[in-house]
Design a protein around this ligand. Structure first.
Ligand code: CTP
Length: 363
């Protein structure tokens, strides 16, 4: 939603990770944005401009002196755009833009552009750590340019370390952060997400079908809109949202402890987590052998974290709960709203195919 109809200039400099930007273009288009690709001459040695032309359905520009229907290309391109993303940004383009050098189309665009700029460095770890590159990045940061740090790992040059281009999904999220309205600025939001796991023994547990997608999406949107976010999460397969404080927990008891720790800090608490309602009364510290398995496992209720937060609610705090229901959805949700002292409840009919657990849509 945030990127819908946004004009984004996407500058690609020479580096093997230029291939990852193909996926970024796809993601931007899926998000409704209009990416305009500009490549340096060296970038076009790694990936053909035709690839980006095909993906973006627009001409790709590489030459400052290209003519045609656009008489002053760099002004024409920068006037329309709301964001300039440089990915990958190699040491050369970082050096040029940090020092105001404009000797090709991309470096000239940077100078002619007065909007927000996101730089995504990617290079060999020794180059990245070089004082010259670090000094240039600091200079850009001080000028208000957003730097999306490279990731650590195996590099195409054979080295191991920091220098991999951030993943396309992460770059997309950074774009959202830069273009979203900041109407949550100054707000502190505590969000819980995912399932909890209640141990039967060290290898077995009771849990539920929650994927954590809802809580993570709320955390991501809250952060984009300027809030400070603490995300208390049970075990999930999801990438943590950019810029949020992630507190990882496993059991309902651990989630309770983490939520209570941050509850007085928060202006808003959103409890999207699917907390297990029961936990085995005892869990041996060594694995139970098949032949000695008990016939039944005695369960005890877990703490109702939301109800506890409702009792402790401070003045002005907004408490939001979720209700996972399969029947009498509204009636049951209203009951929870009242009994747990909530301000809002999201009633979820989890028996529907397009709602509930582990889906990308919800109702
Ligand atoms: N919740 C909680 N602690 C629990 C159980 C639930 O904080 N031990 C919270 C959930 O995070 C959610 C809300 O309470 O925001 C409602 O959860 P839900 O599973 O729909 O309801 P329950 O209260 O567990 O009741 P039931 O399972 O009987 O429907």
């Amino acid at each position: 939603m945030i990127l819908k109809d946004k004009e984004i200039l996407l500058g690609i400099s020479g580096g093997i990770s230029a291939y990852k930007v193909c996926e970024l273009v796809r993601l931007l288009i899926k998000a409704g944005a209009h990416p305009q690709v500009v490549m340096t001459e060296n970038a076009s040695k790694f990936v053909s401009p035709l690839t980006f032309e095909t993906l973006s359905q627009r001409p790709v520009y590489t030459d400052l002196f290209a003519r045609g229907e656009k008489p002053v290309l760099h002004i024409e391109l920068t006037d329309k755009a709301e964001l300039l993303v440089i990915a990958p940004a190699n040491a050369n383009i970082i050096g040029k833009i940090a020092n105001g050098i404009a000797d090709d189309l991309l470096s000239t665009l940077y100078l002619a552009f007065s909007g927000k700029v996101l730089v995504c460095p990617a290079m060999n770890v020794k180059m990245y750590q070089h004082p010259a590159v670090q000094e240039n990045l600091r200079r850009l940061k001080n000028r208000g340019v957003e730097i999306l740090e490279p990731e650590e790992g195996e590099l195409a040059c054979g080295w191991e370390g920091k220098g991999r281009l951030a993943e396309p999904e992460v770059i997309l999220e950074a774009c959202e952060h830069l273009l979203a309205p900041k109407d949550f600025a100054g707000k502190k939001i505590l969000i819980s997400a995912g399932p909890t796991r209640e141990a039967i023994d060290p290898v077995r547990f009771i849990s539920n079908r929650s994927s954590g997608k809802m809580g993570y999406a709320i955390a991501r949107a809250s952060k984009s809109r300027g809030a400070e976010v603490v995300l208390v999460s049970g075990p999930t397969q999801l990438r943590p949202p950019l810029g949020v404080k992630l507190v990882q927990v496993e059991s309902a008891k651990e989630m309770e402890k983490a939520c209570l720790k941050y509850s007085s800090w928060a202006d808003v608490i959103i409890k999207a987590a699917a907390v297990a309602d029961f936990s085995p009364k005892t869990a041996p510290s060594s694995k139970m052998k098949k032949e000695k398995l008990p016939k039944a496992i005695e369960l005890v209720p877990t703490p109702d974290i939301l109800a506890e937060l409702g009792k402790k609610k401070k003045k002005g705090q907004i408490l939001v709960g979720f209700a996972a229901e399969t029947e009498d959805v509204l009636k049951n949700a209203r009951k929870k709203l009242k009994e747990k002292n909530l301000d809002l409840i999201v009633a979820n009919d989890v028996s529907r195919k397009d709602a509930g657990f582990d889906v990308d849509t919800n109702i």
